[in-house]
Design a protein. Structure first.
Length: 174
């Protein structure tokens, strides 16, 4: 069974989640900060969410990774390529804790995970499901080379008013 990799960039380490990641995630996701990710999210739901993203590595060969700064080992966010049951396609998703936003960390992490995906997975594309009001994530998807795909299927029960879909093509298909 595949296990979660550790991916290193110039400033970041994308590593498998550890149990120590749960408390800071549960605290942050319980706030309005998580509004673009279906939050606020209670501890119980956060436990299921994180457990499923960690277990996804064994079940699907991809999942979520913690983002930490190489210089200090500070845990600053999460990046993932996930496909929970309600998602029609694998999704590249990211979040960087508020105090670390605006420093290019999400872009660096997303580029690294996409490079890993293209080297290790057969998919021709992956998508990002984004709340239409989340201007920062839309800008990041575009910066990564994704284009809006108005024809793409959305997660179960979601409409174009709830979710825009950005498609990330494999480089040779771009």
């Amino acid at each position: 069974m595949p296990s979660a990799p550790t991916i290193t960039t110039e400033r970041l380490r994308l590593r498998p989640h550890r149990i120590e990641d749960f408390e800071p995630m549960a605290a942050l996701f319980a706030t309005d900060w998580a509004r673009y990710m279906g939050g606020p999210i209670c501890r119980k739901e956060m436990w299921y969410w994180l457990s499923s993203e960690v277990g996804s590595w064994t079940l699907l060969g991809h999942g979520s990774l913690a983002i930490e700064l190489r210089e200090s080992n500070a845990f600053i966010g999460q990046i993932g390529l996930t496909k929970p049951e309600q998602f029609p396609e694998p999704e590249l998703g990211w979040c960087v804790w508020p105090e670390f936003e605006g420093k290019g960390y999400a872009f660096e992490a997303a580029q690294a995970l996409l490079a890993w995906a293209w080297a290790n997975l057969p998919a021709a594309t992956v998508v990002s499901y984004i709340d239409p009001e989340n201007d920062r994530s839309i800008a990041l998807a575009r910066r990564l080379g994704a284009a809006e795909d108005g024809q793409a299927a959305r997660p179960d029960g979601e409409t174009p008013e709830d979710t825009v879909v950005y498609r990330h093509p494999r480089p040779e298909h771009a």
